[in-house]
Design a binder for this molecule. Structure first.
Ligand code: BGC
Length: 747
């Protein structure tokens, strides 16, 4: 008789009821709670594995690229029909994905659904600021919300997987992909990694408005020598564990379903064949049970790295190290069978990779809900609430760098404005690199944003002046004439979208082309001048910082960039963003980052034999964590809950922050620590807490941080994470330089 419960007395039912309740709660709180229990899933995987041929198994490990227009290729249909293709990238559109999925579900022997992936990095159609910009908000909840919109839009066009978040730490602004991550700091990076994973996946990445996330690029891709993309990295295990790995660990802890192995080699071992990162750290230490996809042809590229003589060896090296799915190159499929025969690959290794991929497909609910509702697609993109959010996030991501004599905000009734520069009327640059399916026609350029903002009486003139790339100054005269006849000049300079992102490393950090001369020419008119930077990496704009009274960093602000810029220029939004990266004075200072180690000879201005430069100060143009507001804040009264704590103890740190100006605004209160004496050299500062607080004029608030062993320890010489006894400094302030300081001891 089936269990119905009605014959059981309430008393005897209680434990069962409790057990069911506890189990349901447990299921609900697991990062990815799925329609099927884990045991069901493993059983279904076993059943499938028992039926699969070797070719079908290898087919699950293969991902292939679609056509440039988002369509699948004729070959994909054949492969899917035979059960030989596990996943595609770039194929999108509900109709198309359904069409290919129907082949899998109706015509293939085992009916294993295809997994459709795409780089939905900072939005699908509604584009949000580049991730570096979004990190400047120092508000991870915004990244969670933008990722949720990206997921909702992507899901509706048939996608189930994004190759995001990109969580690479980048200490080198020459590296174009600095634009895709959260900057230079592991603590901030981990917070954004968690938030983005939560935003894309929610509690159940099988839900109709969610997608599977992929933390990439594992690992240390951002440490590329010389900032040159794809280049090798050479770094200690301490640096790997303390700087580059924390955002990945945070993503795994937040339940990320997949990781992508990177292009670079780490200390001589390519990341896509690196058993240390892929198996020891990821599987054994972090207990990750999702799957790893290679980066684009990075398996075949093991030949170029010189650790495989041919594709056969490349396949063995990658699969044995822990890369489960191969993107675009086909080494696993071509050489799997013979590697198996030669005992260079085991059945168990192949089965494990297949198991990990099928597990995620089950968790996605793909077997039960393989299709996308085509009717939903048209209404799901660019929803009014998504656009509103894009404007809000863009406004909160921009950073005021300089504002002498309160040049900003401008009066909406200013009289006449000269809008100048190659990026003033550009709708492509704000979308940045990896702009999903974002479109220029849906994007607001700064010029349009300004026109929409000012009063009807205000005259807005526009002159391009010059291009971002190129040598012509033919447009200068018109721009100068316009500035001369206007009350104020706003100059938009920076980078075009493809100067940043993948394969866009730069050997200088100067403004490209003749843009600096354009700024100089406009400034020479004597008109009040504002420079707005539109760019995807820190730029060494020393002359502008020394001469122009007002500068603000708009990054590449997405679909609503122009409106968000105007909101700030005219004071409807008070800027509160802070730099998530150090801005160098010149490229020769790179690498320059705030959490560096001390030397035996720390820099001293008057002492030649100390660690600095002959021709430039050692300090950056703008420090990490820096950013201004239209109001003023005072941070005071730093207090610690105790002068000493035990190694496993907690310390509460409080400060007061007060808005002492006349406008409502946001301050980002930042907490740094320094382990003053340890068995290894420790960074001069490490971010361990931050809070963005909104305050009305005159309002004062207490901000509290709790420090514990997860903040105070480090990886020691024996590669153990330890909190060492001794004295620590704790610093709290509005950026990484202007801080209050107190000391405490760990026993
Ligand atoms: C990039 C990845 C991206 C992949 C698929 C590669 O070239 O490095 O970040 O996810 O292409 O588009």
């Amino acid at each position: 008789m089936p269990f119905v419960g009605k014959n059981i007395s309430m008393k005897s039912r209680l434990p069962t009821v409790l057990l069911v309740a506890v189990l349901s709660v447990l299921l609900l709180v697991t990062p990815t709670s799925h329609s099927q229990g884990p045991r069901d899933v493993e059983q279904r995987i076993n059943a499938l594995l028992a039926q699969m041929t070797l070719e079908e198994k290898l087919g699950q490990l293969q991902q292939l690229d679609g056509e440039g227009n988002g369509s699948f290729r004729p070959e994909h249909v054949e492969l899917v029909r035979k059960g030989l293709l596990g996943s595609t990238l770039n194929v999108r559109g509900a109709q198309r994905t359904n069409q290919l999925q129907r082949v899998a579900m109706n015509e293939s022997r085992l009916k294993i659904p295809v997994l459709f992936g795409f780089d939905t990095i900072h939005g699908y159609r509604t584009i949000f600021p580049i991730p570096l910009g979004e990190a400047s908000s120092w508000d991870p909840s915004l990244a969670e919300r933008s990722a949720a919109v990206a997921a909702q839009e992507a899901n509706n066009v048939g996608l189930r997987w994004t190759f995001a978040p990109m969580v690479d730490i980048a200490r080198d602004p020459r590296w174009g992909r600095i634009t895709e991550g959260a900057g230079e700091d592991p603590f901030l990076g981990a917070a954004f990694a968690r938030a983005r994973v939560r935003g894309f996946q929610g509690n159940d990445y099988g839900a109709a408005d969610k997608i599977l996330a992929c933390a990439k690029h594992f690992a240390a891709y951002g440490a590329a020598e010389g900032g040159r993309d794809y280049n090798t990295t050479d770094l200690s295990e301490n640096t790997l564990r303390e700087i580059y790995l924390p955002p990945f660990k945070a993503a795994v802890e937040a339940g990320v379903g997949t990781l992508m192995s990177s292009f670079n080699a780490i200390n001589g071992v390519p990341a896509s064949a690196n058993a240390f990162t892929l198996t020891k750290v990821l599987r054994d230490e972090w207990k990750f049970d999702g799957f790893v996809v290679s980066d684009y042809t990075s398996v075949r590229e093991l030949i170029n790295h010189g650790i495989a003589a041919n594709e056969e060896e490349a396949a063995a090296a990658a699969l044995n190290a822990g890369v489960d799915m191969e993107m675009v190159s086909r080494s696993y499929n071509q050489f799997g069978p013979q590697l198996l025969k030669q005992n260079k690959l085991s059945n168990a290794t192949i089965d494990e990779a297949v198991r990990r991929i099928l597990r995620i497909k089950f968790r996605l609910g793909l077997f039960d809900r393989p299709y996308t509702d085509e009717a939903r697609e048209p209404t799901s993109l660019l929803r009014p609430d998504s656009i509103r959010l894009a404007r809000e996030i863009a406004g909160r991501s921009m950073v005021l760098l300089k504002n002498d004599r309160e040049t900003l905000p401008l009066n909406k009734n200013v009289g006449s404005i000269a809008v100048i520069g190659p990026l003033a009327d550009d709708r492509r640059a704000p979308l940045g690199w990896w702009a999903g399916d974002g479109k220029e026609e849906n994007t607001i350029a700064p010029l349009a944003g300004i026109k929409a903002k000012v009063t009807p009486q205000t005259k807005v003139g526009y002159a391009k002046g010059c291009d971002v790339v190129g040598d012509s100054t033919a447009g200068f005269q018109e721009a100068v004439a316009l500035a001369k006849t206007s009350d104020v000049a706003i100059v938009f300079v920076g980078e075009i979208h493809d100067m940043v992102g993948e394969a866009a490393s730069r050997a200088t950090l100067d403004l490209p082309g003749r843009q600096m001369e354009l700024v100089q020419a406009i400034h020479a008119t004597g008109k009040p001048t504002v420079v707005v930077l539109v760019n995807g990496r820190p730029l060494s704009v020393r002359w502008i910082v020394n001469n122009v009274p007002a500068i603000f960093e708009s990054w590449m602000g997405g679909t609503q960039s122009g409106h968000a810029i105007a909101d700030i220029l005219f004071g409807d939004v008070n800027p509160g963003g802070k730099l998530p990266v150090t801005v160098p004075r010149a490229v020769g200072q790179v690498p320059i980052y705030y959490n560096h180690m001390n030397t035996g000879r720390p820099p001293e201005a008057q002492n030649r034999y100390t660690s600095k430069y002959y021709d430039l100060p050692w300090t950056p143009l703008f420090p990490f964590g820096y950013g201004l507001s239209y109001t003023r804040f005072k941070i005071s009264n730093l207090q610690l809950s105790a002068p000493r704590i035990g190694a496993g103890g907690k310390l509460t740190v409080t400060v007061e922050v007060e808005n002492t100006g006349r406008r409502a605004g946001d301050e980002v209160v930042q907490l740094y620590i320094r382990d003053l004496v340890a068995t290894m050299t420790r960074p001069v500062k490490e971010l361990k807490g931050f809070q963005r607080v909104s305050l009305q004029p005159g309002e004062k608030r207490r901000v509290e941080f709790v420090l514990g062993s997860e903040h105070l320890g480090f990886w020691n010489r024996e590669m153990r994470y330890v909190v060492e006894p001794g004295e620590f400094s704790v610093m709290v302030g509005a950026n990484s330089v202007d801080v209050l300081e107190a000391k405490f001891n760990v026993n």
